[in-house]
Design a binder for this molecule. Structure first.
Ligand SMILES: Cc1ncc(C[n+]2csc(CCOP(=O)(O)OP(=O)(O)O)c2C)c(N)n1
Ligand SMILES: [Mg+2]
Length: 454
């Protein structure tokens, strides 16, 4: 059973010690230039099947050319190409067969699918409440996961309790699936806590705002997992994988390249899960890469797969395969979940300054929650009783968030000097002393109160 209570699909484990197959076709030819037509040109083409289930290398080409040794351009269509994405549900919620990944979802019941739907709906409600609270001055900042629920909830449901996650800062869907109380996530965004939850209890590390740095922490942790003898034992309760979530923009950071090197040469049991939401604040993915982001990994010796990140089933299946490979000793996998940041980067951002409403509308029509809803409705698996109880649960969550956040109070500004180092530090102490003396110079001012420290 996963931490979410889902049974695991009928997994086809990788052969222990499976090695990456290397970069597709070994091509050095330049990638075909990206064009807008290729980016938003309608529904994804039929997924290109990887040829080796154990360690399939990424390819956007048709299998025949991917297997070819000729110098074909392997990465057609640029970084936003929708061709070659693993997809099990179309944008309108029809189930499409996939010879490789069907096995990973075969055991999922309607109850399991409703559990995923419920998680996605609740996480979206959390996003809405938190954004409103930021606007009311209760949070300093907030970063929504809006639009990325399927990538996060699908991959999160594939985890086992002993697995360990290293997230960045908008992985609320994974946090929720790992049992983190979402109000604890808001402790960080309110500024009352440096973290907010116990990473060991949840197998879910603290959020990291230094872009890409946690991919190194994850890889190092995964190398430690091997040294602890927790990989390839064949015991499903013991074998452990590590997952790190990061964005398209993060792949331009040196830290991520270093993590890929260490993951590859050490065959670390880590899944490098990149949510390509097409934006790094106001920078489009086309400014981060000329080829699909996933195409980077084979150059490091890491197999990669592109998945439709708005398809919760495909996200689940692809992650389940990658986790199984990691746990069994097959090494790292790079997953690019192609999705879209439907909201602003954070509450400090105004995306209407840099992207078109046509693009936003295109992706609104590909809403990941609506996709699963349509699929469940087509199976007659969304009874009105379930929907009514979910709506009530959402309202209760909203109430819980509002009352909990408002009761958190305000930390003194001087608390920023706490926990900087594990042991006393002369420089920090000097800064604290100066700050406290500066603050006390305002004590005679009318209206001063402890609660004014925001
Ligand atoms: C090392 C570092 N450089 C720059 C920043 C400022 N910054 C915050 S978010 C962000 C964009 C990240 O984009 P992406 O990796 O695509 O993640 P997304 O926000 O889209 O989820 C940047 C540059 C930072 N936090 N850390
Ligand atoms: Mg991004």
């Amino acid at each position: 059973m996963s931490s979410s209570g889902l049974p695991h699909a009928d997994l086809t484990p990788a052969a222990p010690g499976a090695r990456p197959t290397g970069s597709p076709s070994g091509s050095t030819a330049p990638a075909a230039p990206w064009t807008p037509a290729a980016t938003h040109g309608g529904p994804a083409a039929a997924p290109v099947l990887t040829t080796d289930g154990r360690a399939a290398a990424y390819s956007t080409s048709q299998p025949s050319s991917a297997q070819s040794s000729s110098a074909q351009p392997a990465f057609e269509g640029g970084p936003l190409a929708e061709e070659g994405l693993v997809q099990l549900l179309t944008p309108t919620g029809e189930r499409v067969a996939h010879p490789e990944y069907d096995a990973y979802v075969a055991a999922l019941t309607d109850d399991d699918l409703r559990a995923m739907y419920r998680d996605m709906v609740l996480v979206r409600r959390f996003d809405t409440e938190a954004t409103a609270l930021q606007r009311q001055g209760e949070l300093a900042l907030f970063a929504q996961a809006l639009g990325q629920e399927a990538a996060q909830v699908g991959s999160g449901h594939a985890l086992r309790p002993q697995d360990h996650v290293f997230p960045s800062y908008r992985e609320h869907g994974v946090a929720h699936v790992r049992g983190v109380d979402l109000t604890d996530v808001l402790r960080l965004f309110r500024g009352v806590d440096h973290g907010g939850w116990d990473p060991v209890a949840h197998g879910f590390h603290l959020y990291t705002l230094v872009i890409g740095s946690h991919t190194l922490h994850a890889t190092g942790y995964a190398m430690g997992v091997v040294r602890d003898g927790l990989v390839g034992t064949g015991d499903p309760e013991k074998d452990t994988a590590v997952v790190t979530y990061f964005g398209d923009g993060a792949t331009s950071q040196g830290d991520v390249s270093e993590a890929l090197v260490f993951a590859a040469v050490n065959q670390a049991p880590v899944v490098l899960f990149c949510q390509n939401n097409q934006w790094a604040i106001s920078e489009p993915t086309t400014r981060q890469a000329t080829v699909p982001i996933a195409a980077r990994a084979p150059g490091f010796g890491i197999p990669a797969v592109r998945v439709d990140g708005n398809d919760v089933l495909a996200s689940y299946a692809v992650t389940a395969q990658a986790l199984e490979r990691a746990r069994s000793g097959g090494g790292p996998t790079f997953v690019e979940a192609f999705t879209y940041r439907m909201g602003a980067h954070t509450t400090s951002d105004d995306p209407s300054r840099y992207r078109s409403s046509e693009q936003e509308e295109y992706w609104r029509r590909r809403d990941p929650i609506e996709r699963l809803r349509a699929y469940l409705e087509s199976r007659d698996a969304l009874p009105s009783q379930f929907l009514a109880s979910l709506a009530a649960e959402g309202d209760a969550l909203g109430e819980h968030i509002r009352t909990t956040i408002r009761a958190m109070g305000h930390p003194s500004a001087a608390s920023m000097f706490e926990h900087v180092y594990a042991t006393p530090h002369a420089g920090v102490e000097a800064e604290r002393a100066w700050f406290e003396s500066y603050e006390s110079s305002f004590l005679d001012r009318p209206g001063h109160s402890e609660g004014s420290h925001r």
